[in-house]
Design a protein around this ligand. Structure first.
Ligand code: CMC
Length: 428
């Protein structure tokens, strides 16, 4: 394999170094291209651009492989918890028992939000989407940590990371209860991370929510499966904001906004809405798939397709199996799951989807589990945000600890008007 690539341009031959990742991904290093030739590279939507070198997550989209810090997602889903996986993603190794205890202790220590934060919640109309509230409240929570206004301090980073990871869950539950006009519920020390979230969502001041281990495990798995996914839209956003040396909470708050859209994390909500629409239409999916293929009203099969996976998303495979198990355990028969399965089978055998290599992604079945757990539809993407927090934190840390880190600042190919002149108002 070559160590350099040659670019023949304007009668000059430029040698460009080739960079190789630990899993064999090869990239041509274009960093000096403009300085040497006057040209920039053009790659709208960055489909072919390596924007950083990262040690957090490896994906082979052709083979359907996902690993956090080298460990296959299937092994983590089987043996780990969300909190241990979060530690792995953020700090690069599975925690020892002592590290686990210390990190869990920090999560517990920081689980309460400042009482004054409650006033911030008052300002939102009841129609506000919890993702809007969550993004605003993460940024607001950062205002209660004075040292965040100083530049990155590695010695307090573990505390700040734990504080964000712990409080995102509290803020998310408060956002939900506020949107329903319900009193907020404080976290309890005796509960695990995921138990506490369910408690804050569903307990009442006069009655604790009865925790069901099957539900706790299912939600913990959903969090774990979302923990990181390399340079997706929201993580790339977090890195972009971090590169200006903005603080951790501000960067994560931007990540929530990027995640919200239906092409990214918002797809889990969109999938359930789509399945409900198909059901209301008394369609078995055939009519809907025809509409998608004919591009009717821009219809897409939500929960299908991925920029990187050209194979079955391994997270979707795990969730599909677990949703079957959970629904059986809870004795729920969800007609939407049947529609989803019929749609999946039809799409996987349809030339439109085969040619484009479109497979189910993580969002196709996650909504079914969340619905079975009792999570309201508008909270689906919030759940994704809680799960993705470790990945955002880990990527933030990488940006901050990279001695060569510079502000992210892409260029553009300008296509606007050429020089023309200001015309005073009375002459226009
Ligand atoms: N339904 C129908 N057609 C599709 C779909 C879909 N879900 N996804 C892609 N296509 C078509 C697309 O129209 C294009 O066709 P053509 O070549 O004829 O123009 C072709 O497949 C290639 O797609 P693309 O739009 O170039 O793919 P992309 O990499 O830009 O977009 C995506 C990736 C995930 C945004 C897209 O597949 C999509 O919109 N899927 C539905 C939304 C969704 O499920 N998003 C969740 C993604 S996974 C979790 C996450 O990131 O949050």
């Amino acid at each position: 394999m070559a160590n350099t690539a040659k670019l023949d341009i304007d009668g000059k031959v430029l040698e460009l170094p080739i960079l190789e990742g630990t899993e064999g991904e090869r990239a041509i290093d274009f960093r000096n291209l403009r300085a040497k030739t006057g040209y920039i590279t053009y790659d709208e939507s960055y489909a072919n651009t390596g924007s950083c070198q990262s040690k957090v997550t490896f994906i082979d989209g052709e083979k359907g492989i996902l690993r956090y810090r080298g460990i296959p997602i299937e092994e983590l889903a089987e043996g780990s918890t969300f909190v241990q996986t979060a530690y792995l993603v953020i700090f690069g190794h599975l925690p020892t028992e002592a590290e686990r205890v210390e990190f869990s202790g920090l999560l517990t220590k920081y689980q309460m939000i400042h009482e004054d934060m409650k006033f911030h919640f008052e300002g939102f109309p009841s129609s506000a989407h919890p993702m809007a509230i969550l993004s605003a409240m993460i940024n607001a929570a950062g205002c209660f940590i004075p040292e965040l206004t100083k530049d990155y301090q590695p010695e307090v980073f573990e505390q700040q990371a734990a504080r964000l990871l712990s409080q995102v869950r509290t803020l998310a539950a408060y956002a939900y209860r506020k949107s329903r006009g319900l009193p907020s519920i404080y976290p309890k020390r005796k509960y695990t991370y995921t138990e506490n979230f369910l408690h804050m969502m569903f307990s009442e001041p006069d009655e604790d929510y009865a925790l069901d281990p099957a539900i706790v495990d299912a939600l913990d798995l959903i969090f774990l499966l979302h923990a990181d996914h390399e340079q997706n839209c929201s993580t790339a956003t977090v890195r972009m904001v971090a590169s200006s040396r903005a603080n951790l909470f501000a960067s994560a708050s931007a990540g929530v906004c990027a995640l919200w859209g239906p092409l990214h994390g918002g797809a889990n909500q969109a999938v359930i809405e789509m399945l409900k629409e198909i059901r209301a239409d008394k369609d078995d999916g055939t009519k809907f798939l025809d509409k998608v293929k004919n591009r009717g009203a821009g219809a897409k099969l939500m929960g299908f397709g991925h920029r990187v996976y050209k194979n079955y998303d391994p997270r979707a495979r795990i969730i599909k199996r677990r949703s079957d198990e959970l629904l059986a355990k809870l004795g729920i028969s969800d007609p939407l799951l049947d529609i989803a399965k019929t749609l999946e089978e039809a799409a996987l055998n349809d030339p439109y989807f085969i040619e484009r290599r479109l497979y189910p992604n993580v969002d196709f079945y996650s909504g079914i589990i969340m619905q079975a757990i009792g999570i309201p539809l508008e909270m689906f993407t919030v759940i994704f945000s809680i799960g993705r927090m470790p990945g955002w934190i880990a990527n933030y840390k990488e940006v901050m600890e990279d001695p060569d880190s510079r502000i992210y600042r892409p260029r553009q190919v300008y296509q606007g008007p050429t020089l023309n002149h200001y015309v005073p108002l009375f002459e226009r």
